[in-house]
Each structure stands twice: as C-alpha cells, then as structure tokens.
Design a protein around this ligand. Sequence first.
Ligand SMILES: *Cc1c(COP(=O)(O)O)cnc(C)c1O
Length: 363
Amino acid sequence: MTTAATVSFAHGPHPAPTSAERRAELLADPGFGRVFSDHMVTIRYTAAKGWHDARVEPRGPIPMDPASSVLHYAQEIFEGMKAYRTADGGAALFRPEQNARRFQESARRMAMAELPEALFVEAVEQLVTIDRDWIPDGEGSLYLRPFMFATEVFLGVKPASEYLFVVLASPVGAYFKNKASAISVWVSETYTRAALGGTGAAKCGGNYAASLLAQSEAIAHGCDQVVFLDAVERRWIEELGGMNVFFRMDDGSLQTPPLGGTILPGITRDAIITLAREQGITVREEPYSLEQWRADAASGRLREVFACGTAAVLTGIGTVRTVTGDFAIGNGAEGEMTERLRSALIGIQRGRAADPHGWVHPV
Ligand SMILES: *Cc1c(COP(=O)(O)O)cnc(C)c1O
C-alpha cells in the first residue's frame, strides 16, 4: 500500500520563472481560470509500482500517447479548492481532507486508482508552498485544480492500469464577472445532469461534458447558469451545473435538495448547513419541486435563493427563466441571509473569524 510517507517529491528547477513585475500585472485582474502559476505537481500510478514519481516541476505540456485511454473512455476526475491569503499574511487551505476524501470517492466510482488522502493533501501543499506568491491579495484567491486521468495505452474497454495525477494553480478574482447583484438561471426541462446509479455524485469531467449543452441553452436564454431537474420525474430541483442550491423561506428556514447519489456533495454546501444551524437557522435537506418554487416565489413565501460552491462561494439567484415563463425571487436582488452566510464563511476561510471546527489548514 502506498502511503504519503513512502513517496517523496522531486523538485525540478524552473528555467524562467515569471518576474515579480509580470506576476503583479497578472494578479491585478486575473479573471477565472486563465492565468496559471509557474509550477505543477505530478504523481504517476501503475498497477505494478503503485503511486510513484512525484514531482514539483515547471508547469508545461504533458506528452501523451494518442491511445491513452482517457481520450477514448473518459476516466477523468477532478477537484476544486482554494488557497487564501490569511489576515496574518500566511496561506491557508479550507478543509483539504474533504477534497481528498471526495477525490477517492470519485476515483472509486470511475474504477480508477485511489490516491491516499495524505498524499493528495501533501501534493496540494507542495504547490501552494512553491507558488505562494501567486495568491492574490484582497478578495482574490489561488484556485487549485487537482485532477487525474487514465494514461494506459490501450483501446480495450476496461479500467486503466495507469494514471497521472496533476495539480495546477490559478490565481482568480470573482467567478461571475460584472455581477454586482444576483444571477439569473435557466431551468433545463430537456436535459438532465445525473440519474440514480449514474455518476452525479462523482466530480468527473464527463458530468460537465454532459452539462454544457444545457449551459449553452441557459446562455442563449440570457441566463448565467443552468438549473437541473431530477431525471425520473423532471420535477425536483437538483443543482446548478457546478453549484449546489439553497432556498430561504419567510419563516427564516433554509431548504436544500438532499444528497442521494445524483447531486454533488459540495464542501461549501456542508459548511453552509453547519454555519446556518449554528446561527439558529433551521435547515431542511428535502426535495423541492419546480412548481413549488414558482408558487412560493409568487406568494412571497420564498425570500431568497443562492447557489454555492468553491469557485463562486455564495451567489444570490434573482431571476428564474423556464419554458413556461419567468419569475423573480423577492425583488430580484441578492438577499440578506446570502450575504450574512457568505461573510461568515469567508471570515473563517481568511482567518478573520474563529474556526471552531478546525476547517482552516495553514500551509
Ligand atoms: C464542485 C461542484 C459543486 C460544489 O462543490 P464544492 O465542494 O462546494 O466546491 C457543486 N456541484 C457540482 C456539480 C460540482 O462539480
């Protein structure tokens, strides 16, 4: 069995690191997912050797055989997490062991090799340590993208026996550009994201590939994001393309769709449930239908709706568009509870608030 202790990371020197001046320019307005730090971490797996050949090296292309099985049968999984600049000038991750555990669960579902949790966390720490100057000051953060794919050169259909694990780092600003207030969503009644027994709870690239046409439909209807319904009754709200969703009622309670195999178990979702309950808010993990959503928005029973995930943090949803008509949530602006929970979460992540659950992981 491979453990973190048995794998050591080789460091390849960078021939031409980005100058401090150029980096400052890039960090001034990084956008989302277009700017990358100087390094990457890679670890290889083969059935014979287990996890080996861990490296921290200059970020660059990965040579691949065109028969690598990921290019044919899509064994690929990923994670999304952030390193934050803390109030004391240090760097911190948020609950990285949760990402490590979910990465193992995704690997299991996709019949891929499971990276030991400690090795996952160490790989991320190695990258944050070497590229810590790439963490933006202020409200930005360094988005980290661990991912793994099948590299076995074989066209037969079977779980691959070789994998490459990689971690990239990308300084980011806000996920939704020019979003001073709430976003708009399109409810897809044509396409579904996940079915029971499928891969909805795994963070795999294939789920995103299957969601892009629905997301394009959302954009074509002038919306920021798509909302998916369940695949059986086409009635129950599941989640957005890459974010979980919460509804706040007029009695001050919160409701969010239950996990059940078709929804991605968000770490932000889990943190929000915990923080809300600590603030005395009742949180129900119960199904919520599109008809009810429309009726509650009309009656005023529904006061706010927000989406949440690592990339977008918490984002209010103000407008809902469907084939049978549009409706607004409240006055269409971001709600008070959304703001309150977001600042509670960000306060912990950036070391400005107490961390009673030990969620913050200094690097
Ligand atoms: C990653 C992801 C989320 C959010 O998960 P976090 O752990 O909160 O970042 C929600 N839905 C989908 C489909 C995702 O891929």
